[in-house]
Design a protein around this ligand. Structure first.
Ligand SMILES: *Cc1c(COP(=O)(O)O)cnc(C)c1O
Length: 396
C-alpha cells in the first residue's frame, strides 16, 4: 500500500516517532496495542454504536443542487457539520476515549488552540466519566472564551500555559510534560493526524468512517462509489485524511487538499505549508513545516483558527511528494466569499476552515459530468463573530 503508514511509522519520507526518551514507554504501549484493540469486535461494536446514537452518523451526503447549477458540475457535500459538537473532530475523540479505557487509563489530557479539539475531548470524557485536563495557552484562553466555558461546563479542567507565546505550541509542550509525569494512568488525546507514530495512522483510521460512508452513499446516488474529485481543507489534516482514506490507493479519484493562504502565500501572514514548508521535525514527527533556515518554526496565520498550524501531518508530505494529491491555497477573503455564498445559496453556514475547501470551486473548472465531493468539516456557529464583522465587505 503506497499511501499507508509502514511498520516504522513512515509515509514515504515523512512521519516516525521523534520523542524524548522519557516519553518512549507511553508511545510504545500505544504503538503495540492500538491495532489489536481497534480490531476487537467488542471495540468496533461500541465505537459504531456511539457514532450512530451519540454522534448522529451516518452524516448525509447531500447533492447541493443550486451550488451545482452555479458551478456547472455535480457537487455533493459530506455533512460532517451535522455531527454532535458540530464537526468531524468527535469521530476521533470517541475512538480514543474507548481505546484509553481499554488501556486502563483513568485520566485524559489534551492540548487545544482554538478550543475545538478541547471541547470534543471534554465531551467524550463527560460521556465516559473520565477526568479531563486540557492544556491551553493563556492568550488562547482569553481569545476563545466561549469554548473555554464549554469545556468547563463539560467538567474539564483548563490549565493555562504561561510560557513562550502562550499559544498552541506552549500548550503542546505542557501536555507532553504532563504525560511524562503521568506515564501509567494518563492517555494523551491528539486531535489531528499529527504527532509521533502511531497517532497519525490511528486518527486517520478513526476518521476513515467519513470515506467509508461516502462510498456507500455515492454508490446509491450515482451508481459508482468513486467520485471524480474529493476536496477537503487541511489544518493538521484529519478531516481530509478521513475523506481520502478509502480512496488513497485508487488513483482514478483525484484528491484536492486545501490550505490556508491567509493574506497570501507571498506575504508572511500565511499557513500554506505545502507551498512554503520544508522537511523538519515538529511534535514528534518528520513533516513539511514552515521554518526559518536555522529551523525556527514560523508562526502561521489564517483567519481560521483551525488551519493556522505551522505544519501538516506526515501523510501530506508524502501526498505532495508523490503528487497523489493536488494542493491549493485559499486566502482569507476567498474563504469568506465562499462562506457567504454557501449560506445564501444552500442555507448552510460553514465553518471558516471548511469555507477554504468550498473556495476551490472558483479556482478549478470542473466538468459538467464530474462528481465532486466536498467534505463539509464543520458548521459556522463558532465563527459567527468573524462573519458578523466581515458581513459588510461581502454582501452587496
Ligand atoms: C479543527 C478543524 C479543521 C482542521 O483540522 P484537520 O485536522 O485538518 O481536519 C477543519 N475544519 C473544522 C471544522 C475544524 O474544526
Amino acid at each position: 500500500m503506497k499511501y499507508s503508514v509502514n511498520e516504522h511509522g513512515y509515509y514515504g519520507n515523512f512521519g516516525g516517532a521523534y520523542i524524548p526518551e522519557m516519553l518512549y514507554p507511553n508511545v510504545e504501549e500505544l504503538r503495540n496495542r492500538y491495532l489489536e484493540i481497534m480490531n476487537e469486535p467488542d471495540f468496533q461494536d461500541e465505537f459504531q454504536a456511539l457514532l450512530r446514537d451519540y454522534v448522529g452518523r451516518p452524516t448525509p451526503l447531500y447533492l447541493a443542487k443550486r451550488l451545482s447549477e452555479k458551478y456547472k458540475t455535480n457537487l455533493y457535500l459530506k455533512r460532517e457539520d451535522l455531527n454532535h459538537t458540530g464537526a468531524h473532530k468527535i469521530n476521533n475523540t470517541i475512538g480514543q476515549i474507548l481505546l484509553a479505557k481499554r488501556l486502563g487509563k483513568k485520566r485524559i489530557i489534551a492540548e487545544t488552540g482554538a478550543g475545538q479539539h478541547g471541547v470534543a475531548t471534554a465531551t467524550v470524557c463527560a460521556l465516559a466519566g473520565v477526568e479531563c485536563v486540557v492544556h491551553m495557552g493563556k492568550l488562547d484562553i482569553e481569545r476563545q472564551a466561549p469554548n473555554v466555558s464549554r469545556m468547563r461546563m463539560l467538567g474539564a479542567t483548563v490549565v493555562p500555559s504561561l510560557s513562550g507565546s502562550q499559544t498552541l505550541k506552549d500548550a503542546t509542550n505542557e501536555a507532553i510534560r504532563d504525560w511524562i509525569n503521568h506515564p501509567t494512568d494518563t492517555h494523551y488525546i491528539i486531535g489531528s493526524v499529527v504527532g509521533p507514530h502511531p497517532y497519525p495512522d490511528m486518527v486517520a483510521r478513526f476518521q476513515s468512517v467519513i470515506s467509508q460512508e461516502m462510498k456507500a452513499q455515492l454508490l446509491e446516488k450515482t451508481d459508482s462509489e468513486n467520485p471524480d474529485y474529493i476536496i477537503a481543507c487541511v489544518g493538521g489534516g484529519s478531516n481530509a485524511a478521513g475523506a481520502f482514506y478509502h480512496y488513497l490507493e485508487n488513483e482514478e479519484v483525484k484528491l484536492i487538499a486545501v490550505e490556508a493562504a491567509g493574506l497570501g502565500v507571498e506575504t508572511d501572514q500565511t499557513a500554506a505549508t505545502s507551498v512554503l514548508g520544508t522537511t523538519g521535525v515538529l511534535h514528534g514527527s518528520k513533516i513539511l513545516l514552515m521554518q526559518t533556515e536555522d529551523g525556527q518554526v514560523i508562526e502561521p496565520y489564517s483567519i481560521s483558527a483551525g488551519l493556522d498550524y505551522p505544519g501538516v501531518g506526515p501523510l501530506y508530505g508524502h501526498l505532495k511528494e508523490t503528487k497523489r494529491a493536488e494542493f491549493i491555497s485559499i486566502t482569507d477573503d476567498e474563504a469568506l466569499e465562499s462562506a457567504y455564498e454557501l449560506s445564501r445559496i444552500e442555507g448552510i453556514i460553514p465553518a471558516l476552515e471548511t469555507a477554504h475547501a468550498l473556495a476551490v470551486l472558483r479556482k478549478v473548472p470542473f466538468k459538467e459530468t464530474d462528481t465532486v465531493v466536498i467534505n463539509l468539516s464543520g458548521r459556522g456557529d463558532k465563527d459567527l463573530q468573524t462573519y458578523i464583522e466581515q458581513l459588510d465587505r461581502f454582501t452587496t
